[in-house]
Design a protein around this ligand. Structure first.
Ligand code: ATP
Ligand code: MG
Length: 572
């Protein structure tokens, strides 16, 4: 490995200070000691995340949630959050909700969201968070599939809930001004006022359900991924090793809880570790985001490549207005992290950005970069201790280093999904020969670092060469004129497929034949002749999911004039 390209491990006290040694010796049973159920036999993830701290005189007054949106700011301690979620659990109980029932949430991030979400878990019911921007069809499909009996939403969003087409949906709680609550609906604030803040939490089994996430749908129809309380073991432990959370940290995960990152790492990992959690509502702007890091003195920050790329193209001025010196650890997830972005991070923060790879189905981080480990920009890192990862062929046989194949995980890590809701055959289809097969292609180098190549559906086959679109996109955005890129394979009679790139230009650049040729040459000389796009199109609207993933499937469908398929997760 070219030493120039390695970013050395950082010094300091890290929770995981010797990766290799821990990997050799670690056993998941060791983590059980961190939880009260280890002694009491009484399990509930909401208890471990909130009530346990609220019962601790030293922790109960600590801010658990710093909420900030353009028009509202609020602080809740662990004790506040414990009481409010108790109140909501009492409301649910009064309305007849029982263990195992599905209660969905369709609303923006707010203190009420977090109190309700935790209240649902305290009752042993199953929470289903939906992203606020979903339109009617998307809301309908998810509520119908899950057979949710209760929905928590706002008066504003109610017109996107086709109540008369959802026979299972019996009750709707509205979070809003009482003047906006129509007859037949449950008034959140009114019910909360009269509800006791004492609640006998429902003790459950580690294998009982707690959450259904419908995946973002980069590749097709959303599926209900079902998770159980046992996931807390991995949420807690990766919070230690990967997020490197410590007493006194202020942590900000930018993901919406409609996506798995916003629950596993926006709710569970920080609170299971007793850390102050920042939630920022409202739209992304560089000003608001740098401002939040500064204002709350965020120490650990978990975001996504699309956000980093936007901050990068906002330029130096935006950074210099803020004091970002509190930040000590930065992480990324959701899409491949372009090396260019890591180099920008070194300039803007003087910190490495740590890529983490995992999926809705995996429930928690699996392959990551750790503070105590050298980073190879472009690599997603190495499996967490307790997890075996490999590259397998289509029969499930392991491949040697440097061979591209299916990224696969040995079955049985704590946070693994336990079902695809009502689709057992879909669930079974993930497994082959004892491996969970991810649907991503990757290779592993001689030193055990994993390198993402693309979603299997995205891999391009041009003149017999297999090209991962991510590598081409990463090279494209290294060019000074390019801010974002989406790359697809386009059928070609001669070459099988040719590479077509959709690019957005940075401010100050005009489209011209010379510029496009210059960009092409840049990829040709910097990456490979066969990887240079034969076609290029300038656009300022590269389609992305709301969680920020480039929707290559949609770029391709549009290019080829094919049906667009499910677009419920498309960002406007
Ligand atoms: P669907 O499965 O419904 O099409 P999705 O795969 O986009 O949706 P998620 O579970 O949110 O839904 O995303 C997981 C996928 O995101 C991974 O399979 C991978 O393709 C991509 N991904 C996540 N993290 C990384 C990363 N660090 N590097 C590269 N790709 C990543
Ligand atoms: Mg997926």
């Amino acid at each position: 490995m070219d030493e120039e390209k390695v970013l050395k491990a950082t010094s300091g006290n890290h929770n995981l200070d010797n990766y290799e040694q821990t990997y050799e010796n670690f056993n998941w049973d060791e983590v059980n000691k961190a939880f009260s159920w280890n002694e009491t036999g009484k399990v509930n993830i909401a208890y471990e995340a909130i009530d346990r701290h609220a019962e601790n005189p030293k922790k109960k007054g600590q801010v658990a949630l710093h909420y900030a949106s353009p028009d509202r700011e609020e602080k809740l301690t662990f004790e506040d959050l414990s009481k409010r979620s108790n109140q909501f659990a009492n409301v649910l109980k009064k309305k007849g909700i029982k263990k195992g029932d599905r209660v969905f949430l369709f609303m923006p991030r707010s203190p009420e969201f977090y109190a309700s979400f935790l209240g649902i878990l305290k009752l042993g019911a199953i929470a289903g968070p939906l992203f606020e921007a979903f339109m009617e069809q998307a809301v309908h499909d998810r509520l119908e599939d899950s057979e949710a009996t209760m929905l928590i939403t706002t008066p504003d969003l109610l017109n996107r809930v086709p109540v008369d087409q959802l026979p299972d949906l019996k009750q709707i709680v509205l979070v809003g001004d009482s003047s906006d609550i129509k007859d037949g609906y449950i008034d959140y604030h009114q019910e909360m006022e009269s509800a006791s803040d004492d609640f006998d939490i429902e003790w459950v089994d580690l294998e009982d359900g707690m959450l259904i996430h419908y995946t973002s749908g980069s590749t097709g129809k959303p599926k209900g991924v079902y998770h159980v309380h046992n996931a807390m073991i991995q949420h807690y432990q990766t919070g230690q090793w990967v997020l490197d959370l410590k007493e006194g940290d202020v942590y900000w995960c930018t993901a919406d809880p409609g996506w798995v990152t916003g629950t596993s790492y926006g709710i569970f990992a920080p609170w299971l570790n007793g850390v102050t959690n920042v939630v920022v509502g409202g739209r992304f702007t560089p000003e608001a985001w740098y401002g939040a890091l500064d204002k709350y003195n965020v120490t650990v920050w978990y975001s996504a490549p699309t956000a980093f790329r936007k901050l990068m193209s906002a330029g130096k001025d935006a950074v210099q207005k803020h004091d970002l010196s509190s930040v000590r650890h930065i992480l990324s997830v959701g899409e491949p992290l372009n090396p260019e972005v890591i180099h920008w991070g070194m300039k803007a923060f003087n910190l490495r950005i740590h890529d983490t790879w995992w999926m809705t189905e995996t429930g928690a981080q699996l392959i990551c970069n750790y503070p105590s480990m050298d980073i190879r920009p472009g690599s997603m890192g190495k499996p967490i201790p307790g997890v075996e990862a490999s590259i397998v062929d289509d029969e499930g046989n392991e491949l040697p280093p440097n061979r591209m194949g299916n990224l696969a995980i040995k079955e049985g890590w704590p946070a693994m999904m336990r079902a695809i809701w009502k689709r057992p055959e879909k669930y079974e289809s993930y497994f082959l020969n004892g491996w969970y097969v991810s649907g991503d292609s990757a290779y592993r180098d001689e030193d055990g670092y994993f390198w993402f190549q693309g979603r299997l559906d995205d891999v391009i086959n041009t003149s017999g060469e297999r090209v991962g679109p991510f590598e081409v996109e990463s090279k494209l955005i290294e060019h000074e004129a390019v801010s974002e890129a989406g790359v697809i394979g386009k059928p070609d009679p001669e070459r099988g497929e040719i590479i077509k790139a959709f690019i957005s230009l940075n401010e100050g650049y005009e489209e011209s034949d010379e510029l496009l040729e210059d960009i092409r040459q840049f990829v040709k000389t910097g990456l490979a002749g066969h990887a240079a796009p034969r076609e290029m199109e300038v656009t300022n609207a590269i389609p992305k999911t709301r969680s920020g993933k480039i929707m290559r499937r949609l770029l391709k469908a549009r290019e080829l004039g094919l049906p667009e398929g499910d677009t419920s997760t498309l960002e406007e």
